[in-house]
Design a protein around this ligand. Structure first.
Ligand code: SF4
Length: 262
């Protein structure tokens, strides 16, 4: 079996600061304008690897890591290799985490049913409003309109609800001129309030990597004060929410190794 994997690295910053092995699946069905992994969004031949080789690389790394984190790109687009690597990681005694944009609820459901996941980080990139969602994700295509994609993400969100065995984060990036206003954030808050997750408001950072829309490099990051204000507004409306603000340079270590599969 083969998989499009752009890199494998060690990081202590992606998943709750635990030492993790990070596996980057290449290919994504979204084209978020602010995406800093723009160089791995296509299924390019240079990323194609035999799973046997990937497993051989994971095994020694597992001696010094407690977990493996599948990210991308969008890992759920490669169901057979993702489930196989999750199974293999479990057999090595690793905890398993998945970051997903939620567009493939059937893959998420399968992995949950098979007990292949300990942690899920789901991106809720915008409120479920077609205009804002499409502006943020640039995800619609001839076969799948924005409304259908949003329904898939909603389904993924509902799969996480009330799952006591699972650690769940929801992530939303606050991006000037695209996804920043209070009403939008409050609408997301109302969607996730019953999930029992930690909600991470991520600061857009223009210098983390090559952005899908290069013009966005000119934008400033929203300030800490601005993010605190959004958080406060959400907590006033929904005090039960567990909200964290993330402004550090997440993924930096791993990003340096992107595109250099070994
Ligand atoms: S930020 Fe958007 S385009 Fe980039 S990997 Fe995530 S879902 Fe795909």
């Amino acid at each position: 079996m083969q998989a499009y994997i752009s890199g494998i690295s060690h990081s202590a910053v992606d998943w709750d600061s635990r030492p993790s092995i990070i596996v980057y699946f290449a290919g994504c069905d979204f084209r978020c304008q602010y995406c800093f992994a723009s160089e791995i969004l296509d299924f390019r031949e240079e990323f194609l690897r035999n799973l046997k080789d990937v497993k051989a690389q994971l095994k020694p790394l597992s001696y010094s890591a407690g977990s493996v984190y599948f990210t991308g790109g969008e890992p759920c687009l490669q169901k057979p290799s993702l489930t196989e690597l999750a199974r293999f990681s479990k057999s090595l005694g690793l905890k398993t985490g998945l970051q997903t944009n939620g567009s493939n609820p059937n893959v998420l459901r399968l992995m949950l049913d098979l007990n292949l996941l300990d942690y899920v980080s789901l991106d809720i990139k915008s409120p479920f409003d077609e205009n804002v969602f499409e502006k943020t994700t640039k995800s619609s295509n001839f076969f799948k309109p924005t409304g259908d994609i949003m329904d898939s993400v909603k389904e993924s969100l509902s799969l996480l609800k009330g799952n006591k065995k699972l650690n769940v984060d929801v992530r939303t990036t606050i991006i000037p001129s695209i996804m920043f206003n209070k009403e939008h954030i409050l609408r997301i808050a109302s969607e996730i309030k019953g999930i029992g997750c930690r909600w991470i408001l991520q600061q857009f950072q223009p210098n983390l990597g090559k952005l899908t829309n290069g013009n966005m490099k000119e934008l400033n990051s929203p300030s800490q004060g601005f993010l605190e204000n959004l958080k406060e507004n959400c907590l006033n409306a929904y005090p039960e929410l567990n909200i964290e603000i993330k402004t550090d340079r997440f993924n930096v270590l791993s990003l340096q190794e992107l595109g250099t599969p070994s």
